[in-house]
Design a protein around this ligand. Structure first.
Ligand SMILES: *[C@@H]1O[C@H](CO)[C@@H](O)[C@H](O)[C@H]1NC(C)=O
Ligand SMILES: *[C@@H]1O[C@H](CO)[C@@H](O)[C@H](O)[C@H]1NC(C)=O
Ligand SMILES: *[C@@H]1O[C@H](CO)[C@@H](O)[C@H](O)[C@H]1NC(C)=O
Ligand SMILES: *[C@@H]1O[C@H](CO)[C@@H](O)[C@H](O)[C@H]1NC(C)=O
Ligand SMILES: *[C@@H]1O[C@H](CO)[C@@H](O)[C@H](O)[C@H]1NC(C)=O
Ligand SMILES: *[C@@H]1O[C@H](CO)[C@@H](O)[C@H](O)[C@H]1NC(C)=O
Length: 829
């Protein structure tokens, strides 16, 4: 349900990697509720606010519930566990979220017995944000359940639903809902471990996780009082498969937290200051190759678990002494862990690695560490400082009839005035947005699908196309219908051997039309209406815009519940295939620049051209196609939407994109702008330069994400060290410098700091000039403008002059004309 907006929310990882918090963390959202009580209680320096109904209460209630107090409070039970709120019908607490993002949720239960109720008999389900997190739950002893999840809406709801007949009960003693730091869960570098080796696990931030184990390996129990996020860590001893194999290690020096490694909120000092290592006391007997293994019981069933392992080399006395292997469920999870280099050559520096494993009905997650082949025979060792294991909760919502739900709304008073002000600002923004949207309807959406009408058989000259496209208000839509029979025969009845691509939408076939035009035929999955919105969007948008650097729609077919789009055929395929992962000959630097320039032109036209303000939203090297002359064209507008969109519903229905290319600001401001495309394009520029994927999960953590990795080198002025080996010696250093600067600006943290596509285009043209000129060219007679800041653009590039430049571009580029003969279509109707 909220999964799309959650995809959006996954983006803030970029932000977070650059902000290791050094001071103590103050959660922007921090709701602590002492349920069923009339008194606030302070636990570990935190105040849990009473939710009892009283004048000036922090809760508003619209339904009935019962507050109960434990008549025999045991001395061991925490003060929170002395009261509970009981629900007899589905009831919810609603929390106002000030800062969307990852949150920790803890639900506390103590099954005490009162005169009227036995809470131990309560059997109920709980959903958080519409996801079932506890199913047919029943507390048999004081217990809390902890979840790590994405709060992606302003109203965060915890819903309690009693199971069974009329007399069913649900209850809760205390609730915590608070923000984690942005970098608490990252999508980057999460390794999916299994029989097929190590793969990338995507979108971890979007998952709801239930904490199963949190272990301080080699150390004592840590209570919320000593943890930065009020967590509880327990010792590892009972999970060790053989206690003889392990030996405690500890240090009195506080850990050396570093950017790029763990932070104090990832795990507190105490976790990193203790560890278990290999017990090599018996090495005289030659026994130095063995694993230290822990078995952690987990629930039954084929479920996935998130495993976070914490490391801090507190055993080595010098760098590069410790190399070890990590296994999970007996699969290789990480070979040759080298903490010295992972932590940028520092000792005792905290680091963590995230994994996801299938537990295959085994009811355990087995973690082993053992010496690596790389380590010196005398220094065989392996360490582990901490383990967290969380169940990845299935996305199954529970439904309760909304009428029946008693809402418990936590009002702003709990967080004070700040929240109220924030909400007020938010409300104003929402109103402004909706006004703006009304003022400027988005053609792509107001169009709809069925209203597509043809200009029956009218012949369109290049000129008329240009004119049409500059006045979108009054044009009709081109008659692009192609009979199904023609496509069927043109693709040899959708012959599998003619498949040239596939995607969420369906298969793409190579085909020929009756007039021998070669085309790419994109056939939607039959019968499924899933891709329909994309289909409609693509036709409405593509039928409006024509540009040399945009892949043209030749036609479409909607007969017999088919959804088929027909595009011009791009002989040389995707740019990506010419960069890496295939045997195609490497492109020269000039060719690469020309391709980037072409794609930039296409994108610039989308942003500023006749159709005005189309955001592509999925710029990547597989969406830049090359024709037989290596002319670049931007493809796949299936994800496009016109205009900036801000409001929640729109974002939640519309956000898509590709991992590794996504604009971090998307998340923070939930605002989609053309600068999001600029960001993605910056990633493509580095991809072109370095000839590696935007995300490569098999690399070390700091290299996984190309944008981050390349920016590190760019900032150090050492970009030349990571370029495609095929380019070494063939690239003018000024040209490289210009490209590096341009990509860097594209990847600016904030959209406002990024150049427009027009600026990018200008700079790429300039980089091409520099490549052509003799080195050194920086200081020769033509002046070097500080191009990214420029205001006026030389007309020859026709960039920032909005429509004029585009018309010129479109007209001059059209000479190859074949596409347009297609538009003059077709038994037109
Ligand atoms: C509990 O704390 C809240 C927020 O700090 C406050 O508004 C309320 O008056 C307190 N209630 C009691 C009973 O002290
Ligand atoms: C709760 O009740 C259901 C039947 O309604 C039962 O299947 C389930 O085992 C019960 N849960 C517990 C924890 O007792
Ligand atoms: C928590 O921290 C305090 C102060 O550093 C210390 O005295 C205490 O032993 C710690 N408790 C645990 C459980 O680590
Ligand atoms: C180490 O040696 C001791 C005494 O010889 C023995 O009891 C113990 O089992 C050995 N440990 C391992 C890990 O083999
Ligand atoms: C540190 O390790 C030693 C044994 O190596 C042990 O005696 C001591 O209790 C440990 N200290 C802590 C705080 O765990
Ligand atoms: C450690 O455990 C892994 C996985 O079970 C196994 O493949 C490997 O051989 C073990 N290493 C040693 C030295 O026993």
């Amino acid at each position: 349900m909220g999964s799309r907006i959650m995809q959006l929310l996954s983006l803030c990882l970029y932000v977070s990697l650059h902000s290791v918090v050094t001071s103590s963390f103050t959660p922007p959202d921090n709701y602590l509720v002492n349920c069923g009580s009339n008194t606030n209680v302070s636990v570990d320096n935190r105040v849990f606010v009473a939710d009892g109904i009283q004048p000036g209460s922090v809760f508003l209630s619209s339904g009935e519930s019962v507050s109960v107090t434990n008549p025999n409070p045991s001395s061991i039970a925490a003060p929170l566990y002395g009261t509970a709120r009981i629900f007899k019908t589905a009831s919810a607490y609603t929390f106002k979220i000030n800062k969307l993002g990852t949150h920790l949720v803890r639900l506390h239960f103590s099954p005490f017995v009162t005169e009227d109720y036995n809470l131990g008999n309560a059997n109920f389900s709980v959903s958080a944000n519409g996801l079932l997190v506890l199913s047919h739950f029943s507390a048999k002893k004081p217990v809390f359940k902890e979840f790590v999840l994405m709060a992606d809406k302003v109203n965060f709801e915890v819903l309690f639903v009693p199971n069974g007949e009329e007399d069913g009960l649900a209850f809760v003693c205390a609730i915590e809902v608070f923000s984690t730091p942005d970098d608490f869960i990252l999508d980057n570098g999460v390794k999916l471990i299994g029989p097929n080796g190590v793969q990338e696990f995507k979108d971890l931030r979007l998952q709801t996780l239930e904490t199963i184990h949190r272990i301080n390996v080699g150390g004592p129990k840590l209570t919320p009082f000593n943890d930065t996020l009020w967590r509880t860590w327990v010792p590892d001893e009972e999970f060790l498969v053989s206690k003889l194999t392990a030996k405690l290690a500890n240090t009195t020096h506080p850990p050396n937290y570093q950017k790029g490694g763990a932070s104090r909120e990832i795990a507190p000092d105490n976790v990193y200051m203790t560890a278990q290592q290999m017990n090599r006391d018996n090495t005289s007997s030659g026994f130095s190759y063995f694993n230290v293994t822990w078995d952690f019981p987990v629930g039954a069933g084929s479920v996935r678990h998130f495993v976070r392992l914490h490391f801090c080399d507190i055993v080595s006395i010098a760098l590069n002494q410790l190399y070890f292997d990590v296994y999970i469920n007996e699969f290789v999870a990480y070979k040759d862990v080298d903490l010295s280099s992972l932590t940028f050559h520092s000792l005792a520096s905290p680091y963590y690695i995230d994994f996801v494993v299938d537990s295959e009905n085994s009811r355990i997650v087995r973690v082993s560490i053992g010496p690596s082949d790389l380590s010196n025979i005398l220094r065989k060792n392996a360490i582990l400082n901490g383990v967290e294991i969380m169940r990845i909760v299935n996305f199954v919502g529970i439904r309760a009839e909304s009428k029946k739900i008693n809402k418990w709304i936590l009002v702003g008073s709990i967080v004070g005035g700040v929240a109220v002000v924030c909400l007020a600002i938010l409300a104003v923004l929402v109103v402004l947005r909706s006004k703006r949207r009304k003022a400027k309807p988005r053609p792509a959406e107001s169009m709809g699908w069925t209203p597509l009408r043809g200009f029956g058989g009218s012949s369109l000259s290049k000129q008329s196309i240009v004119t049409t496209s500059t006045s979108p208000g009054q044009n009709g839509y081109l008659a692009l219908k192609i009979p199904f029979a023609e496509l069927e025969s043109g693709t040899n009845n959708f012959d599998k051997n003619l498949v040239i691509g596939s995607g969420g939408f369906g298969m793409v076939y190579k085909g020929v039309l009756k007039d021998s035009t070669r085309v790419a035929v994109k056939r939607g999955v039959r019968g499924s209406r899933q891709g329909l919105p994309e289909f409609q969007t693509e036709i409405t948008i593509l039928s409006k815009i024509r540009h040399r650097h945009l892949v043209s729609l030749v036609g479409y077919c909607e007969e017999q519940s088919e959804m088929i789009l027909v595009y011009e055929y791009m002989e040389k395929g995707a740019l990506k295939n010419h960069l890496y992962g295939s045997n195609l000959p490497p492109l020269s630097w000039k060719q690469r620049l020309e391709i980037c320039i072409g794609a930039a032109r296409g994108l610039h036209y989308l942003h500023t051209g006749s159709a005005q303000g189309i955001i592509h939203r999925d710029i990547k090297s597989t969406n830049i196609l090359l024709d037989e002359n290596y002319v670049a064209k931007v493809a796949d507008f299936g994800l496009s939407r016109s205009g900036p969109c801000l409001d929640e519903t729109h974002v939640s229905t519309g956000v898509k994109g590709s991992f590794g290319y996504l604009d971090p600001e998307y998340f923070r401001r939930q605002q989609l702008t053309d600068k999001s495309d600029v960001y993605s394009f910056g990633v493509v520029l580095f991809e072109v330069l370095c000839a590696r994927p935007a995300v490569d999960p098999l690399l070390d953590r700091e290299q996984v994400n190309l944008a981050e990795w390349a920016m590190e080198w760019q900032k150090k002025g050492l970009l030349a060290q990571i370029i495609d080996p095929n380019l070494v010696g063939n690239i003018n250093s000024n040209s490289l410098k210009k490209l590096g600067e341009t990509a860097e600006k594209c990847l600016a943290e904030y959209g406002v700091d990024r150049p427009t596509m027009g600026d990018v285009l200008w700079n790429l043209e300039y980089a091409l000039q520099l490549q052509d000129s003799k080195e050194p060219s920086q200081d020769t007679n033509h002046t070097t403008p500080e191009v990214l800041e420029h205001e006026a653009v030389p007309t020859v590039y026709s960039c920032s002059s909005r429509t004029d430049g585009d018309i010129q571009d479109a007209t001059t580029d059209v000479t190859s004309g074949e596409i347009f003969s297609q538009l003059v279509n077709k038994e037109g109707r």
